[in-house]
Design a protein around this ligand. Structure first.
Ligand code: EPU
Length: 294
């Protein structure tokens, strides 16, 4: 990181050294990033992105840390946090949001504005960039249902805008790997504000009833296999309450692993392997990870 350090010193970009990442994840697990950079403008971000590439420095983009397991040794590279790029605007049915904006706050703002389309994504902890990057969703739809276009930095550091049909998104993926999501434009529909609010509240209630929302977790660990709930498969395989160290399979929803104290990433990864092996042995189902591991 020698030459990158020189760039960081001269650029004026806000940087924290040896920044603990666990505190910035919903799991509360993981070691430090060598450098945590918080660019204030797209120009700063672009310069940093290109400098990382030119110096072959490993780089990751951190959103709300909600779908992420950071290893105990941390990340030996640059983690870019876009919290300072968080503008949101709602003009009629058109909503624009920058990557660093809070996704749950965006959802609430659209509900308050009497717009439908994001209300079914209530209770998903994410940044707007993370929600787009992972095509966040659930039983009531996914974010790409209402995405009109996405602005990114391409792998070379150029700003590009792609319409939804140009983006190869799929289940819990956007196909934007290698890009940095800068923000999205959403096209929503005006609706009876009372009806939208009631639907939003019903989704929150059903999540509270079926998911351990108050505990430290990274949401669902595995993707759902075709036409099946991974949670049900794990539950039927008898893993609710299974434990390695302080990592525990939730007894409320078996696709959640919760950090019941001071779980390490090693605990979580060992429990993931145990669950995966057990589900394969009992049900012949191969589960694949939804949570990203750094
Ligand atoms: N089920 C069980 N045992 C369990 C968990 C679930 O029997 O421990 C059963 C439920 O009773 C239900 C069925 O499995 O009949 C489906 O469960 P649920 O409605 O909870 O949905 P899911 O398919 O398990 C998906 C998303 C969630 C999202 C919910 C609700 C994935 C991997 N999971 O879960 O997303 O919140 O729908 O919309 O796509 C996430 O991605 O992090 C996440 C939490």
């Amino acid at each position: 990181m020698g030459t990158l350090d020189a760039f960081l010193r001269e650029s004026g970009i806000r940087v924290l050294r040896d920044a603990p990442l666990g505190l910035r994840t919903t799991f509360r697990i993981g070691g430090p990033a060598r450098a945590l950079a918080m660019p204030a403008t797209v120009d700063e971000l672009g310069a940093l992105w290109r400098a990382c590439r030119e110096t072959e420095t490993p780089v990751r983009i951190l959103g709300s840390g909600a779908n992420l397991l950071v290893r105990d040794r941390g990340f030996d590279g640059v983690v870019i946090h876009l919290g300072r790029l968080s503008a949101v605007s709602i003009r009629g049915e058109q909503v624009d949001a920058e990557a660093g904006a809070s996704f749950p706050k965006l959802v609430i703002s659209t509900v308050q504005a009497g717009l439908e389309g994001l209300d079914g994504l209530a209770g998903i902890p994410a940044s707007v960039g993370g929600a787009i990057f992972m095509n966040a969703g659930g039983r009531h739809g996914e974010i790409f249902d209402v995405v009109e276009s996405v602005r990114t930095l391409d792998p070379g550091g150029k700003v590009v805008e792609q319409g939804r049909t140009e983006i190869p998104y799929g289940y819990r993926r956007s196909g934007l790997e290698g890009h940095v999501v800068l923000g999205g434009r959403f096209r929503l529909r005006p609706a009876d504000p009372r009806v939208v609010r009631e639907r939003f509240e019903a989704v929150v209630r059903s999540k509270r009833a079926s998911q351990p929302m108050r505990e430290r977790s990274a949401g669902c660990i595995f993707k759902n296999p075709p036409a099946m709930s991974a949670g049900r498969a794990i539950d039927e395989s008898g893993f609710k309450g299974a434990r390695v160290g302080d990592a525990v399979v939730s007894s409320k929803h078996a696709n959640f692993i919760v950090n019941a104290g001071r779980a390490s990433s090693e605990d979580v990864l060992a429990l993931i392997e145990r669950v995966r092996d057990g589900v394969r042995a009992r049900l012949s189902i191969d589960l694949s990870m939804e949570v990203l591991v750094w």
